[in-house]
Design a protein around this ligand. Structure first.
Ligand SMILES: [Cu+2]
Length: 90
């Protein structure tokens, strides 16, 4: 799946027959490409996550996922790879 195909102005899309939403979360502590891949790889391994993409400048990660993925799972995953979860970016 390509992140570009998911429009961020709406919250829900029907893709492959399921509901997919796109949300952005703030993450503290990421400074380089290595941090970026740790967060992306951790999140991409979560069941229900289609794709996770880190933006280092904005200190954020945008995740396309189905609605079975809770914010708590996102938080735990980000913390398990060593970074601080700062909540959803509004
Ligand atoms: Cu780094």
């Amino acid at each position: 799946m390509d992140m570009q195909n998911i429009n961020c102005t709406q919250t829900r899309y029907i893709i492959y027959g399921g509901y997919v939403m796109k949300k952005t979360f703030l993450v503290n502590g990421m400074s380089c490409g290595h941090c970026k891949s740790m967060v992306e790889n951790g999140l991409n391994a979560v069941n229900g996550v289609e794709i996770a993409e880190v933006n280092l400048e904005e200190k954020s990660v945008t995740i396309a996922m189905d609605d079975s993925v809770s914010t708590d799972i996102i938080k735990q995953t980000i913390e398990s790879v060593g970074f601080d979860f700062m909540g959803e970016k509004k």
